[in-house]
Design a protein around this ligand. Structure first.
Ligand SMILES: *Cc1c(COP(=O)(O)O)cnc(C)c1O
Length: 372
């Protein structure tokens, strides 16, 4: 079996080629490259899908986080609590805006922020929490929201890895990931669950005032052309990407289903290997498996990775170095991060995408079982 990939965007494209090609052609024929009709249509379709009042498209998932923070009127030195076990973008924008990232450890089973650890670091300068729905599973939002309300903190949900996931509250109500806190952000980077063919991102909120401010910030601080009320940036989703995303949004639920099917097959096949822990699914979150990430015990992770690589099976370590250890954050407040430190040497993400078939998964599993 050859050409196994972490993410197979080519096969996915081949199945929707006609629709995609027509949509791209239409944008080019109309030369509506920036803020064309496809951008407005995609925006309202995503609002409907997420059941949220305002979606503001932007240039990428990092901009989305930056703009969300800029909209909150914070002061230099204000503290923002976030995970140490995530992609740098989540925390990078905090420092970029001269705010202080305060890192918190993650749960070793679900890889998301631990509510009781958040409470320990809240102080007079704390202004917001950025939970990250890592690998496609929601952070424990109900508890995090209770903490935020108690301490009057903003919540920005980094939904770059979990778009489409449903969160189940204890009263039985359901909300989409990214629509629970004050602001949600996402990325349409090609390999994300809803990916375009370049860069893209979006910001969600139910708060009309915040939405208006976010729209202005993305557009040079302007509501009216050549009138600039605040300092903003230039961050846009282009019309070609929006046209592609309209098509892929219609397929997002079936894509999530396929990812979940693949994950279930992996987990049922790997469950008897005593040196592997398969992903844990929390009852409150639908897992949309942006990544299928196992924990490899007994110090076997790097050996297994090399073994699979020798059989042309790619794997990735998300993330080999927690943010609190990154030189870029050497001035950040220190803390205790035993779980993240431990996960760095255990986690291994296996190929996961919408085009995986049973044969490929069984081949990967057998290759794992052949590692001694
Ligand atoms: C991908 C990702 C981002 C950044 O998105 P870009 O579109 O690449 O800027 C932010 N946070 C998380 C958790 C991500 O996975």
């Amino acid at each position: 079996m050859d050409n196994i990939q972490m993410v197979d965007l080519k096969t996915q494209y081949q199945k929707i080629k006609e629709e995609i090609d027509d949509a791209i052609k239409e944008v080019i024929l109309n030369s509506s490259f920036i803020n064309g009709p496809s951008v407005k249509k995609f925006t309202s379709e995503l609002e409907k899908y997420l059941d949220i009042e305002h979606v503001i498209p932007c240039g990428n998932g990092t901009d989305a986080l930056q703009v969300a923070l800029m909209a909150l009127d914070l002061n230099p030195g204000d503290e923002i609590i976030t995970s140490t076990f995530t992609f740098i973008a989540t925390a990078e924008v905090i420092s970029l805006l001269k705010l202080q990232p305060i890192f918190v450890d993650v749960d070793s089973k679900n890889f998301n922020l631990i509510p009781s650890e958040i409470e320990k670091v809240i102080g007079p300068k704390t202004k917001a929490i950025i939970p990250v729905h890592l690998y496609g599973q929601c952070a424990p939002m109900e508890k995090i929201m209770t903490i935020a309300q108690k301490h009057n903190l903003f919540i920005i949900e980094d939904t770059a890895q979990a778009l489409g996931s449903n969160y189940l509250f204890s009263d039985g109500s359901i909300k989409k990931a990214g629509t629970i806190g004050d602001i949600g952000t996402t990325s349409f980077f090609p390999s994300k669950n809803l990916g375009c063919y370049g860069d893209g991102g979006a910001i969600f909120t139910k708060n009309s005032k915040l939405a208006e401010k976010i729209r202005m910030i993305c557009n040079h601080g302007s509501k009216q052309k050549y009138s600039h009320e605040i300092i903003g940036i230039n961050s846009r989703l282009d019309s070609i990407q929006a046209a592609i995303l309209r098509i892929k949004l219609r397929k997002l639920n079936s894509y999530s289903f396929l990812r979940h099917e693949s994950a279930s097959l992996y987990s049922s096949q790997l469950k008897d290997i005593n040196w592997i822990e398969t992903p844990f699914e929390e009852h409150y979150s639908q897992h949309v498996y942006h990544q299928y990430t196992i924990k490899v015990l007994n110090g076997k992770r790097d050996g297994l990775k090399a073994h699979l690589s020798s059989l042309n099976i790619p794997t990735t370590v998300y993330y080999p170095k927690s943010l609190h250890k990154q030189p870029a954050f050497k001035k950040s407040k220190s803390g205790s991060f035993p779980n993240s430190n431990n996960l760095e040497s255990k986690v291994l993400s296996l190929p996961m995408h919408t085009e995986l078939n049973k044969e490929t998964i069984l081949h990967i599993v057998n290759s794992i079982k052949s590692f001694k």
